[in-house]
Design a protein. Structure first.
Length: 287
């Protein structure tokens, strides 16, 4: 190889290098339990990440029905039994994302592995699923706070992986998603104007059918709602005791928790956690 050709190849490699992802530690699924999927122009890579916190399903109060359903579905999946893709939808701060993270902490010892995919990286989802097909572990691929705009085509990759290809997702992969929207796509009045009553049957227009068809591919729907005051205060007490101690929950803390929710304009698990952080922080500063 002459010097001129070597120089040209070196120059080409220097230019290509800018498009390559930075090197990362190789995933060891016998040790790593969570990862992020990062798409890049040449495909994608899995980046191992530490578990965010030690919260378990026992720490989530006021959502008992949802916990039981998701836990049973995931345990069936881990045991090689039939299980459904899951959509956790509902009001903000109600525990949807926390439940998926707590599920990992609860079931990692039983073989659960979690991979988070950002909405903007969904175009690489088919490639990720293909990578996981021959792995011995069982994976939940998780999309947090998932929603799409009307002109966003990224949801088509998700539809295809859920139930749109000849092969479908492999037996060792489930998809879990959280969203504030029940159908993941925006719904407008104009869409519903296409709905017609034919005899005694209601026929949706094409736009509505297209939007429903995405969420309909999730076999398990779990709805989350704002807390009433009693449940909110129960969750506040749990986190105040967990972050501080039983002595930190008293009548003054209870009244402060009610004021906190009033100022925030709603009661939720997130508001209860934020109140507990603020309350314990202030108590310890004054001590």
């Amino acid at each position: 190889m002459d010097a001129e050709l070597s120089a040209r190849l070196a120059n080409l490699l220097d230019r290509v290098e800018a498009f390559l992802p930075p090197p990362s530690r190789r995933i060891d699924w016998s040790h790593d339990v969570a990862a992020l999927w990062q798409r890049h122009p040449l495909g994608g890579q899995l980046l191992p990440v530490p578990v965010r916190d030690a919260a378990t399903l026992d720490d989530l109060l006021g959502v008992e029905r949802q916990k039981r359903a998701l836990l049973a579905n995931t345990r069936a999946f881990l045991q090689g039994l039939p299980a459904n893709h899951a959509l956790l939808w509902g009001s903000r701060g109600s525990g949807k994302s926390s439940m998926v993270r707590a599920l990992l902490n609860t079931l990692a010892g039983e073989g659960l592995r979690l991979i988070q995919v950002d909405r903007h990286d969904l175009a690489g989802l088919p490639g990720l699923v293909q990578q996981l097909r021959d792995q011995p572990q069982r994976f939940v691929v998780y999309c947090d706070d998932l929603s799409f705009e009307a002109n966003d085509d990224a949801y088509k990759a998700l539809k295809s992986v859920l139930d749109g290809t000849l092969t479908g997702p492999p037996d060792n992969v489930l998809l879990y998603a959280t969203s504030n929207r029940r159908h993941l796509l925006p719904e407008s009045l104009a869409d519903n104007q296409q709905t017609q009553l034919v005899g005694d049957e209601l026929h949706h227009g094409d736009a509505v059918e297209e939007k429903i068809s995405l969420s309909d591919r999730f076999g398990l729907w779990l709805a989350f709602y704002p807390f009433n005051q009693a449940t909110y205060l129960e969750v506040c007490e749990h986190w105040v005791v967990r972050l501080g101690g039983p002595e930190d929950w008293h009548a003054e803390a209870r009244e402060a928790a009610i004021r906190f929710a009033t100022l925030r304009g709603g009661r939720s698990g997130r508001a209860a956690w934020q109140f507990a952080c603020q309350w314990i922080g202030e108590q310890r500063l004054d001590a």
